[in-house]
Design a binder for this molecule. Structure first.
Ligand code: FES
Length: 157
């Protein structure tokens, strides 16, 4: 797949260049644009951003792999990320992950055969006060129960 920003994203990228003090600071928002447009940050996406910023691909890759919000592999239409960190764990996150795993028929890290759902166990999503928490794409869902998750996921089908 050849990777290039859409006209709109290229415009946004150029705006970012004027907004941040240096090119290093533009790495994160640029990767965000890549993920938004292509669904994940592939090696091609990394090379593309490296070329645009005039930085090494290794530098960009280091950033992309450090932050878990960037999907290095293709994910399903709905990326279901369930927090498994302390606050969520204490309130049953493992049970919820097992529940979703059984419901979708995939293990964490896998995508359903129809390409609709990817399940992931992730570290703290920063909403510990309303644990247990999951994100589906960019949306947060809090104070979860198995029944709540069922109704959220069923509503996405
Ligand atoms: S521990 Fe789950 S959101 Fe922080």
């Amino acid at each position: 797949m050849s990777v290039a920003f859409s006209e709109e994203n290229l415009k946004e990228f150029n705006r970012l260049l004027t907004r941040y003090p240096d090119r290093e600071a533009v790495i994160l928002p640029s990767l965000h644009l890549v993920q938004q447009q292509f669904g994940n940050v592939s090696n091609e996406g990394i090379e593309y951003v490296a070329g645009l910023l005039g930085l090494s691909a290794a530098r960009i890759e280091g950033v992309a792999t450090f932050y878990t919000m960037y999907n290095r592999k293709a994910v399903g239409k709905y990326h279901v990320q369930i927090c498994r960190n302390i606050a969520c764990s204490l309130l049953g996150a493992e049970h919820l992950i097992d529940h979703v795993s059984g419901k979708l028929g995939v293990k964490p890290g896998q995508t359903t055969a129809d390409g609709r759902f990817t399940l992931a166990k992730v570290e703290c999503l920063g909403a510990c006060g309303t644990a247990p928490v999951m994100m589906v794409n960019d949306d947060y869902y809090e104070n979860l129960t198995a029944a709540k998750i069922d109704s959220i996921l069923d509503g996405l089908k």
